[in-house]
Design a binder for this molecule. Sequence first.
Ligand code: ITT
Length: 198
Amino acid sequence: PRVVLATRNEHKVVEIRRILADAGAPVDLVAVSDIPGVGDVVETGVTFHENALLKARTVAAAAELPALAEDSGIAVAVLNGMPGVFSARWSGRHGDDVANLQLLLDQLGDVPDEHRGAAFVSVAALVAPDGHEVVEEGAVHGRLTREPRGGNGFGYDPIFVPDGASRTTGEMSDAEKDAVSHRGRAFRAIAPHVTALR
Ligand code: ITT
């Protein structure tokens, strides 16, 4: 099937393509930037679920093709789940990973390790122009470090250590991150639904 990948985040494009390929889902993924007339979707939702569906519905309608979108972020326990849906724009500058990560570290200050719990969450939404919709969620729990470590991945990866691991997801290989990540879980769950499209 031909499916539009409704994200403007290049890091997500790379990871989602890789996860679906590794899951053996044969799909012709078209970048949303290659579809003329599809503008930016304003993320007005207050949940990952709402925003993922909003992005997929808007792009599916505009492109007249099935669309796959993701909304994701990091939920920090001592910040009552923030940055959450605001993760990409936490510092006020959308997509500024360095500023976003630094602000989060500053906000945590010297909160002790046992209170630095956080979870990455990914909600994947698949919407077909005929109205067929599937939503799958993935999460990975862990804790935030005090200093960034590792240059792989993106966003908050250099400060996130999954439960049971000692390295940050920024220090992991692609395969190691995908095996445990929120995105790996959500997109492996949605892969059979993508394959089932005609
Ligand atoms: P689209 O809406 O176009 O998909 P976006 O980057 O704005 O792109 P989101 O609103 O879903 O997407 O924001 C996700 C943010 O959460 C992302 O910019 C990172 O700051 C953070 N994030 C999500 N997954 C991550 C991961 O695997 N590693 C590190 N940070 C991640």
